[in-house]
Write a protein that binds this ligand. Structure first.
Ligand code: HDE
Length: 695
C-alpha cells in the first residue's frame, strides 16, 4: 500500500471485518466502507458528484430541522405514568378516570417557556407550558395547560397580536425571550383583560426554581360527561407533591448566564437519579347553577375559581419516571392538540379554547409538512387506530385491503369476503354533550367578561408580603425597560384599580412625578373578594429539603468529618449534593484524601443551589478571601436569603464581603456534632426571608 492510499484511508474506518451489527449503512441499508472521505478524482482532485454516500449524508443533514413551534419553542419532555387513585364514574365515562382504582395510563409531558426561541435561556420571566398527553385506552387525551390558571386574553382572535407583541420586534429582531420591552407593555396596557394574568406574570410564578416545583392548570372550563349523558363543568389542576418553589429575580438573571439549561438539566438529573417528580391531578367540578351564581363568567379564561369556593378534588397521581431516548424524536416532534379529547370529556364554549381547537391541529401541518404526524411513535395512540384516512406525506400505516370508503357493503355475504372496515359506534364512540346553542351571529364580547380588575386584586392581596414586594419590583423592572412614558403611565393607571399601594410603589419606582389617572373601566371592580391563600407560593411551601440541592464549597484542609456529615444529612433528607472547589480536580480534605468536585467555583455559583455550605481549612479560606468568584459565592447566597452552613475557619471570606458582622439565624456553624442535621432541617424552609428586613 503506498503512502497516498494510506492517507486517504484516514478517519474512523476499520481494516478488520466488524460484527454485522456495527457496520455503518446508508439510509438504503447498504454497507459503507468509508464515510470520512468524499470520493475524489485523484488524491488532490475535485470531489465527484457520483459519491452517493456523501450526497445522501449531506442531503439528510441539510434537512435536519423542522420549524420550531411558533410559541412554546423551548421545551423539555419526559415520560411518565398516571395512576387513578379515586375513580369518578359518576362524573365522567372517560375510562382513564372512571376505571378501577390503581389503573395506570402512560403519559408524556412537555414543559416549556412561551416567548423565547428554541435556544433561549430557561430562566426567562415567562409563563411555563405544562402539556400532558395521556395515552388512554380510548385514545390520546391532551391537557395542554400552563403553570398559571388564567390567560392574557379572552378571545383566540387576539392571540397573534399578543404573541407578536411579546416576541422580538420585527425590525431589530430583539429582545429575545423577554417581556420587558415597549411592544409588549404597549399592547398589555391597552388590553385591560390582561390585568389578572399580568399579576401572575409579574409574580414569582414565572421564575420557577424547577419544572418539578410548579403547578399545572388546564385553565379553561371543560365538561365531564357521564354514562347517563349528564354533564358538569370541570377545571383541571396538577399539584406538585414536591411543593412550590421559585427563584428570586436576581438569581434568575445570574442562572441564565451560569446555566441556561438549568430547568432541563434539573429534570434530567432528578429522573436520572431516580428522584421521580409527582403531581396529583385535581378537579374542580361545578354545575350550571354554580356557574350562574359565580361572580364571573366560567367561560372567561382570564378568571379562575378560587379553591376556597370550589375545592380541588384529587383523583390521581402522575409520576414522571423516564427521560427521553432522543430529544428530537420525542420532545421536538410531540404534537399536542387541545382537541384531543376522549369520550366523557367535552369542551365548553370558552372562546379561547374554541380557537385553540383550530390552531393546534393547523400548526402541526406546518411543523410536520403533512397530516401523518400521528404515525410518529410519540404521537401515535397506544390503542388500535381504525379509519379510512390514507396517503399523504410519510404515510406509514395505511389501512390494508380493498375497502377505503363508507358506506360499503363488502363482507355482506354475496361472495365478497373483503373486510368491510370500521364503523362509527354511538354506544362506545364520542358524542358531544347536547349543550343548547342559540342567538344571533355577532362579533362582540359578552358583558359577563367585562370585569378585568377584581381577580387581579384578589391575587395581589392573597400573596405573602415578600411576594407582593417581588411583584412590585418586577413591574418596576419591566416598565423601566419600556422607552415610552405613555405606556408606563397607562400601566400605573390600571394598577390603581388593583391596589393603591401597589400603584404608588410602582409609580415611585418609575420616578413618575405624579400618580397617573385611573384607566377608564367597563365595569367597576369588586373590591371585597376574600383572600385566597391557595394563590400564594410561600403560603404553600414544602417545608422539606427533599429533591433540593445543597452546594458544598470545599477547599484545601476542609474538615472531612464535617463534609461527610453534610453529605449524609442531605442524602437522608432526599436532597442532592454538589461539590464546588477552586479546581475541578477537587481539594485535599483534613484526612488527606482528595474529594473531587462537580464544579469549579466560577462554574458552580450559589444560584444553582438551594442552600450552601462553606467548609475550608484556615489557610485556604484566607487565600480565597481575595478571590472574586469565592466572594460572589457567599455574598450572593447571603443576598438571596439562602441558608448557609459554615465552619469558623471560613470567617475571613465572610468578612471580606462584609457579611461577617451580619450572620443571622440563617447561618449554621456545622463544626459541632449533629449540627448538619439541624442545618438541613432548617433548609426545608428554603429561604431565610427574615434576612431581607421588611419581608
Ligand atoms: Fe397555545 N399554542 N395557544 N396556549 N400552547 C401552541 O401549538 C394557541 C394558549 C400551550 O409543549 C401551538 O403545537 C392559540 C393557552 C402550550 O408542544 C399553537 C391560543 C394555553 C403549548 C398554539 C393559545 C396554551 C402551546 C404552537 C389562543 C394554556 C406547547 C405549537 C387561544 C392553557 C405545547 C403547537 C407543547 C402551543 C396556539 C393559548 C398552552 C400555535 C391560538 C391559553 C403548553 O397551536
Amino acid at each position: 500500500m503506498n503512502d497516498q492510499l494510506k492517507l486517504s484511508k484516514g478517519g474512523a474506518n476499520h481494516q478488520e471485518p466488524l460484527h454485522d451489527d456495527d457496520v455503518m449503512t446508508t439510509a438504503q441499508g447498504s454497507p459503507i466502507a468509508d464515510d470520512q472521505n468524499w470520493l475524489t478524482g485523484g488524491p488532490r482532485g475535485p470531489q465527484l458528484l457520483e459519491d452517493h454516500i456523501a450526497r445522501e449524508k449531506i442531503f439528510h443533514f441539510d434537512h435536519e430541522r423542522i420549524p420550531e413551534r411558533v410559541v412554546h419553542a423551548r421545551g423539555y419532555g419526559v415520560h411518565g405514568e398516571f395512576e387513578l387513585t379515586d375513580p369518578i364514574p359518576e362524573l365522567t365515562r372517560a375510562k382513564v378516570l372512571a376505571g378501577e382504582k390503581g389503573k395506570k395510563t402512560p403519559c408524556f409531558v412537555r414543559f416549556s417557556t412561551v416567548a423565547g426561541n428554541k435556544g433561549s435561556p430557561d430562566l426567562a420571566r415567562d409563563v411555563r407550558g405544562f402539556a400532558v398527553k395521556l395515552y388512554t385506552e380510548e385514545g390520546n387525551w391532551d391537557i395542554v395547560g400552563n403553570n398559571i390558571p388564567v390567560f392574557f386574553i379572552q378571545d383566540a382572535i387576539k392571540f397573534p397580536d399578543l404573541i407578536h407583541a411579546v416576541k422580538p420586534a420585527p425590525d431589530r429582531g430583539f429582545p429575545q425571550a423577554q417581556s420587558a420591552h415597549d411592544n409588549f407593555w404597549d399592547f398589555i396596557s391597552l388590553s385591560p383583560e390582561a390585568m389578572h394574568m399580568v399579576m401572575w406574570q409579574m409574580s414569582d410564578r414565572t421564575i420557577p426554581r424547577s419544572f418539578r416545583f410548579m403547578e399545572g392548570f388546564g385553565i379553561h372550563t371543560f365538561r365531564f360527561v357521564n354514562e347517563a349523558g349528564g354533564s358538569q363543568f370541570v377545571k383541571f389542576h396538577w399539584k406538585p407533591k414536591q411543593g412550590l418553589q421559585s427563584v428570586v429575580w436576581n438569581e434568575a438573571l445570574k442562572i441564565n448566564g451560569a446555566d441556561p439549561d438549568f430547568h432541563r438539566r434539573d429534570m434530567w438529573d432528578a429522573i436520572d437519579a431516580g428522584d421521580f417528580p409527582q403531581w396529583d391531578l385535581g378537579v374542580q367540578v361545578f354545575d350550571e347553577e354554580f356557574a350562574d351564581k359565580f361572580e364571573f363568567d366560567v367561560l372567561d379564561a382570564t378568571k379562575l375559581i378560587p379553591e376556597e369556593q370550589v375545592p380541588v378534588r384529587i383523583i390521581g397521581t402522575m409520576t414522571l419516571n423516564n427521560n427521553v431516548d432522543n430529544f428530537f424524536a420525542e420532545t421536538e416532534q410531540v404534537a399536542f392538540c387541545t382537541q384531543n379529547i376522549v369520550p366523557g370529556i367535552d369542551f365548553s364554549d370558552d372562546p379561547l379554547l374554541q380557537g385553540r381547537n383550530f390552531s393546534y391541529l393547523d400548526t402541526q401541518l406546518k411543523r410536520f409538512g403533512g397530516p401523518n404526524f400521528t404515525h410518529i411513535p410519540i404521537n401515535a395512540p397506544k390503542v388500535p387506530v381504525r379509519h379510512f384516512q390514507q396517503d399523504g406525506h410519510m404515510a406509514m400505516t395505511n389501512p390494508k385491503g380493498r375497502v377505503n370508503y363508507e358506506p360499503n357493503s363488502w363482507g355482506d355475504g354475496d361472495g365478497a369476503e373483503e373486510d368491510r372496515g370500521p364503523r362509527g359506534c354511538p354506544m362506545q364512540g364520542f358524542t358531544s354533550y347536547e349543550a343548547p346553542v342559540e342567538g344571533p351571529k355577532m362579533r362582540a364580547r359578552s358583558e359577563t367578561f367585562a370585569d378585568h380588575y377584581s381577580q387581579a386584586r384578589q391575587f395581589y392581596i392573597s400573596q405573602a408580603h415578600v411576594e407582593q414586594i417581588h411583584l412590585a419590583e418586577a413591574l418596576i423592572f419591566e416598565l423601566s425597560k419600556v422607552g415610552r412614558l405613555s405606556s408606563r403611565k397607562r400601566m400605573v393607571g390600571h394598577l390603581r384599580h388593583i391596589d393603591n399601594e401597589l400603584a404608588q410603589t410602582v409609580c415611585d419606582g418609575l420616578g413618575l412625578s405624579e400618580l397617573p389617572e385611573k384607566t377608564p373601566v367597563a365595569r367597576q371592580p369588586i373590591t371585597d373578594l376574600p383572600e385566597s391563600p391557595a394563590l400564594s407560593i410561600l403560603k404553600n411551601g414544602p417545608n422539606s429539603f427533599k429533591s433540593r440541592k445543597l452546594g458544598i464549597y470545599i477547599a484545601e484542609g476542609a474538615d472531612a468529618a464535617v463534609v461527610e456529615s453534610l453529605q449524609d444529612a442531605a442524602e437522608e433528607a432526599g436532597a442532592l449534593v454538589g461539590i464546588v472547589a477552586p479546581h475541578i480536580g477537587g481539594a485535599k480534605l483534613s484526612d488527606g484524601k482528595i474529594l473531587e468536585a462537580n464544579e469549579k467555583i466560577d462554574g458552580g455559583p450559589p444560584v444553582v443551589f438551594d442552600a450552601i455550605a462553606v467548609v475550608m481549612g484556615e489557610a485556604a479560606a484566607k487565600e480565597l478571601a481575595d478571590d472574586k468568584p469565592s466572594q460572589d459565592f457567599v455574598s450572593d447566597a447571603f443576598a438571596h436569603a439562602k441558608f448557609i452552613a459554615y465552619v469558623p475557619s471560613v470567617k475571613p471570606l465572610f468578612e471580606a464581603v462584609g457579611i461577617g458582622a451580619k450572620m443571622d439565624d440563617g447561618f449554621f456553624d456545622v463544626s459541632e456534632d449533629s449540627s448538619a442535621k439541624d442545618f438541613i432541617t432548617a433548609c426545608g424552609k428554603l429561604r431565610f426571608w427574615k434576612r431581607l428586613g421588611s419581608y
